[in-house]
Design a protein around this ligand. Sequence first.
Ligand code: NAD
Length: 298
Amino acid sequence: MTRDPRRVLVTGAAGRLGRATLGLLAGHGIPATALDLHDPGDLPADRVVAGGAGDARAVREAVRGADTVIHCAAIPAPSLGTPEEVFVGNVRATFVVLEEAARAGVRRAAIASSFSVLGLPWAPRLLRPAYLPVDEALPLQVADPYALSKQADEATAAMMARRYDMAVVALRFPLLGGPDDQFPKRAAAYAADPGAGVRELWSHLDTRDAARANLLAVTRPVTGYHVLGLAAATTLAPYPTARLLDLYLPGVVRRATMPDRVTPIDVGAAERLLGFRAEHAHPVTPVDDLPDPDVAVS
Ligand SMILES: NC(=O)c1ccc[n+]([C@@H]2O[C@H](COP(=O)([O-])OP(=O)(O)OC[C@H]3O[C@@H](n4cnc5c(N)ncnc54)[C@H](O)[C@@H]3O)[C@@H](O)[C@H]2O)c1
């Protein structure tokens, strides 16, 4: 049983994920309002509000008529702003969007969290997860302002769920992209130097799947707050996952076998709660032999 949103507010609507989400909503005939800093003029939404997601007045205007929010607006990497801009801008936006939405009567929301919340991708030194595959209970090792913003965003989402009896799903997206965007370059880089992918655990998710997860997060029967890890079924590296882990994360406890090129992210919770399973995985020709580790390990 799924619900039909009356209208969905999509924040960060002009970005990679926001656009894909708007496109999916339009394909399902679900009315959408787009909020972004600037209106690029070509968004598939019948209402577009130009303004900041951290600006309560703009959000109040944007959320009018909506009963559902998909919050994607954020600076999506620590290098894309000053530490203050990344942390303060992101957490302010998430707080304001959820607070104003709840006050306007919205009781269903999804927010874009990130695999980066674990701390691994952007830490000043290589960190080791407590165990693999990564799941939602893995202890966080936040060491950069972007990861901290996502940790705070998740805490904000949990608070809003309790404060307003709202269903909020925080989706921990890994590297997003598609066949013409990000993935071929990353796959080639990981093939040449597998160590280049260890911080991301060589994971990825097609933006079309990410948009579908957004939609399921606000339409499936869900109550309360949930955080979910997501990924394509296989990695962007051509090598067997177990061999990569032997080489780059030796000694990290493995709680499950990870055969072939399976992603070291446990995606079971998203499947159980939302019925979500990634439909796309970037095609990579498998290779059994890793490059010489003396050359590969950085
Ligand atoms: N791209 C990835 O690989 C990736 C991975 C994990 C999580 N995420 C998260 O997914 C979400 C979407 O990422 P994306 O790849 O689409 O990024 P993007 O940079 O393509 O799009 C983000 C959009 O948000 C807008 N925006 C930023 N701050 C805003 C604000 N304060 N008010 C209004 N609009 C604002 C930007 O103008 C932009 O259009 C982000 O929350 C990001 O942290 C992205």
